[in-house]
Design a protein around this ligand. Structure first.
Ligand code: ADP
Ligand code: GN1
Ligand code: MG
Length: 355
């Protein structure tokens, strides 16, 4: 962040620009995040990726509605986690436009940390429980109130269409580098039909839609889950997406972009902990059918991410941030390894989920 932007943001927060400091937090694949400090105050600053979030005002409007709902729950002692809030500026705005870029300021959750790889079953259960508590708190929130900030975000059929378009365009001649991965992904399109059959039988909910492990903050002292963050993709969806994304990002001992593929496997204790953590707060509101549908999510999410990473690789890395040319391909290979491992573990995963 350059100094002029830092100064403008400081002024918007009524902070003395000379006393503020910023440091980069590099974690997510989409937005850019900084920690802004001024004497005893700390804030999170995010520059929104407007290629991805084409209507930032809608994003902030969704966030405000969710924040209000969670605040009300907290007042009734029904929401034990900390809540992410968009801080209003001096001019009472929650979106700050500087040189055609959009910034927002969030309350900093102090004494917290995030993880890229789950360390143990306890951490897995903690995070899954918190995502379950978040889902439970939003159960009586009308999903139709939320703008669809990224239309068709988890529409598997549409993700395959995007892959097919990228293959046809072959804009940077990369199809030849990933022919096997493409062929395998395309052979798995039967999941589209499986999903549309199940979709008729389960309710549409407010979903977080990005329940990866680094979107959970843990307490430095107790190591318990402290806050659900990154609410930008909260939209109507199925719980199986949130469950599936937890399985996708909690269960492997390797990071999402690891090339150590023989070690990209489902850790059974971590999976059992997700089931226990997530189902406990939602038990009373989940039919047997909905609970059973969660397993499909565990297959759909790694497959969908393989398709999305592969598509972006073919499109010359225009969506996800990459550190090197093969990054998206490596992520796709990693997610396919995980998907295949899930297929070979499906039987006991089903038993664990339904026991
Ligand atoms: P992205 O959309 O790019 O994934 P996130 O909102 O997930 O961005 O933020 C990226 C990282 O910044 C998180 O993984 C977390 O480590 C840190 N972070 C984000 N929001 C907060 C917050 N309110 N308090 C403390 N740390 C935060
Ligand atoms: C992106 O913003 P971040 O890094 O939490 C992406 C998710 C993917 C994830 C893969 C808006 O999430 O859908 O699952 O990368 N977010 C968006 O790591 O596309
Ligand atoms: Mg994130």
């Amino acid at each position: 962040m350059n100094i002029s932007i830092q100064n403008k943001l400081s002024e918007q927060l009524a902070l003395n620009p000379e006393l503020t400091q910023v440091s980069v937090i590099s974690s997510g694949h989409i937005n850019s995040t900084w920690l802004l400090r001024c004497i005893d105050k700390q804030f999170i600053v995010q520059k929104l990726n407007i290629e991805v979030f084409k209507n930032p005002a809608q994003l902030v409007s969704n966030a405000k509605l969710i924040e209000q709902h969670l605040n009300a729950k907290q007042l009734q002692n029904n929401y034990p986690l900390e809540i992410i809030k968009h801080i209003a500026t001096q001019s009472d705005e929650r979106l700050i436009k500087i040189d055609s870029a959009y910034y927002r300021i969030l309350n900093y959750i102090s004494n917290s940390y995030s993880e890229d790889v789950v360390k143990n079953a306890q951490q897995s259960e903690q995070a899954a429980y918190a995502f379950g508590v978040f889902a439970h708190a939003l159960q009586d929130f009308d999903a139709q109130q939320l703008h669809s900030v990224i239309p068709d975000f988890h529409n598997l059929a549409m993700r395959f269409e995007q892959l097919n378009t990228a293959i046809t365009n072959n804009s940077v001649n990369r199809v030849k580098h990933c022919a096997d991965e493409i062929e395998y992904c395309l052979s798995q399109q039967h999941l589209i039909t499986e999903l549309s059959n199940i979709a008729k039988q389960i309710p549409l909910r407010v979903c977080h839609n990005d329940t990866k492990i680094n979107n959970m903050l843990f307490c430095n002292t107790t190591h318990k889950a402290k806050a659900v963050i990154d609410l930008d993709t909260c939209m109507a969806g199925f719980r199986l997406y949130d469950f599936g994304d937890m399985v996708r990002t909690f269960c492997s001992p390797e990071a999402e972009d690891s090339t150590n593929l023989h070690n990209v496997v489902i850790r059974k204790d971590i999976f059992s902990a997700i089931v226990k953590g997530y189902v406990t707060p939602l038990k009373s509101s989940m039919s047997k059918q909905e609970q059973e549908s969660l397993l499909l999510g565990a297959k759909i999410m790694p497959l969908m991410l393989s398709v999305r990473f592969l598509t972006d690789y073919l499109n010359n890395d225009v969506y996800f941030k990459v550190a090197h040319a093969e990054h998206n391909l490596e992520r796709a290979q990693n997610q396919l390894a995980l998907y295949k491992n899930i297929l070979s573990n499906e039987k006991w995963m089903h038993e664990c989920l339904m026991s």
